[in-house]
Write a protein that binds this ligand. Structure first.
Ligand SMILES: Cc1cc2nc3c(=O)[nH]c(=O)nc-3n(C[C@H](O)[C@H](O)[C@H](O)COP(=O)(O)OP(=O)(O)OC[C@H]3O[C@@H](n4cnc5c(N)ncnc54)[C@H](O)[C@@H]3O)c2cc1C
Length: 357
């Protein structure tokens, strides 16, 4: 018997587990043999405070203090350079405004990225306070707290059905039955499926595939301290990764929940865009992958009790922001579940609660 069952062992599930385990008996179920196997193992590990819609930006901001705090040190300064080409001037302006970037000259951009091609580039904008997130460290930080507080983590354990009996969830899993008073749905791309397994109406949380190629940096080009590069209209991005480069075509293909993989044509589009702004050829792919970014219809996260069943909590729709929002989002989930005061204002709370649908 446990108080709370969490479904999903990605960053959402493990952060929720760490927040709640000091207060209640928690068991986390993960279908895969390893934690962090799906989206959480496939991200670009970046923190951009002004990435996402208005509601997401509030969660980013709230998370930043925690991520920056000296004893944790989960962030490393990277910077973000937006590059505009002929014909993209209007969209460039919008992106620079949304992401909080300041216009800089070509020479200033060249200082940041000495391989920048001048030809075809008409605009540059930059902000220094964009960070790499040490996602492994963050995940392990939460896992350690969860375990130290007695949480049970069961891998290779897929929830396959659940029903309420006398105010207790009777849960059927691929690895035996259990029961709990509260269920938390942190199943990422499978959030709607998990809800339906529990007899709860789905919220139309849709997964979109996004791909990344890891490319070898050419000999003699030190990319280590480059900023992250962003194409206008979120059409591609690239950033250094352990001496090499990761390049994403920033694809947004609507799919059903599955173990995602990248296809060559999609990756090639991103590599070509990147190739258009640097003055060296890039051709050796070291590896590639794809993952699912899952969004609710309004693209806000979904945090809190289901509107028809207060013992079923949603912690879903993390989209492309699951790591950068994890601290604030899991705190909010835990405060709601433990019936404590929440730190976000009421308008933001309303925009996150499942009852908005
Ligand atoms: C290419 C890419 C780049 C990204 N870049 C960034 C970035 O730079 N910064 C950022 O903050 N975010 C980024 N993201 C988004 C981030 O990775 C996600 O928002 C986050 O990982 C979602 O975490 P999650 O725990 O909700 O989902 P997941 O990590 O997918 O975890 C859900 C888990 O639930 C399990 N599960 C599902 N059904 C069941 C069941 N029935 N029983 C038991 N377990 C079940 C699954 O096996 C899975 O492990 C990126 C995503 C992608 C794909």
């Amino acid at each position: 018997m446990t108080d709370v069952v969490i479904i999903g062992g990605g960053i959402a599930g493990i952060a929720a587990c760490a927040q709640i385990a000091p207060h209640l008996k928690v068991t986390l179920l993960e279908a895969e043999p390893e934690l962090c196997y799906h989206s959480s193992g496939r991200s670009a590990a970046t923190f951009i405070e002004d990435y996402g819609n208005r509601v997401t930006k509030e969660l980013n901001k709230e998370s930043l203090t925690f991520l920056k705090s000296e004893s944790q040190g989960f962030l490393k300064k990277r910077g973000l350079l937006l590059i505009g080409k002929y014909g993209e001037e209007k969209e460039f302006q919008t992106d620079a405004g949304d992401l909080g970037l300041a216009h800089i000259s070509f020479d200033e951009a060249f200082q940041l990225l000495p391989s920048l091609k001048q030809e075809g580039i008409t605009r540059q904008a930059y902000r220094p306070d964009v960070y790499d997130i040490d996602t492994n460290k963050l995940f392990e930080y939460y896992r350690k707290i969860a375990l130290e507080n007695g949480a049970q983590i069961r891998k290779k354990t897929k929830l396959i059905g659940a029903y309420l009996q006398n105010n207790k969830w009777k849960i059927k899993s691929s690895n035996g039955d259990l029961s709990a008073s509260i269920m938390i749905n942190a199943a990422g791309a499978w959030a709607d499926q998990v809800a339906e397994f529990c007899g709860i109406s789905k919220l139309n949380i849709i997964p979109y595939k996004r791909s990344i190629a890891r490319m070898q940096a050419p000999k003699g080009v030190d990319v280590q301290n480059w900023p992250m590069l962003d194409g206008v209209g979120e059409t591609w991005y690239a950033k250094p990764d352990a001496g090499n480069l990761i390049i994403s075509p920033a694809d947004k293909q609507m799919v059903s929940a599955h173990d995602a993989w990248a296809d060559d044509a999609t990756l090639a589009a991103g590599i070509q865009s990147f190739q258009g702004v640097v003055n060296f050829p890039i051709n050796r792919m070291l590896s590639n992958w794809a993952g699912l970014r899952s969004f609710a219809p309004d693209e806000n996260l979904v945090i809190g009790p289901d509107k028809n069943n207060s013992s079923f909590f949603w912690f879903a729709g993390q989209g492309g922001y699951g790591f950068q929002t994890a601290a604030a989002a899991s705190q909010l989930l835990s405060d709601l579940l433990l019936e404590k005061n929440v730190s976000v204002d009421s308008e933001i709370l309303e925009a996150l609660l499942p009852g908005r649908f």
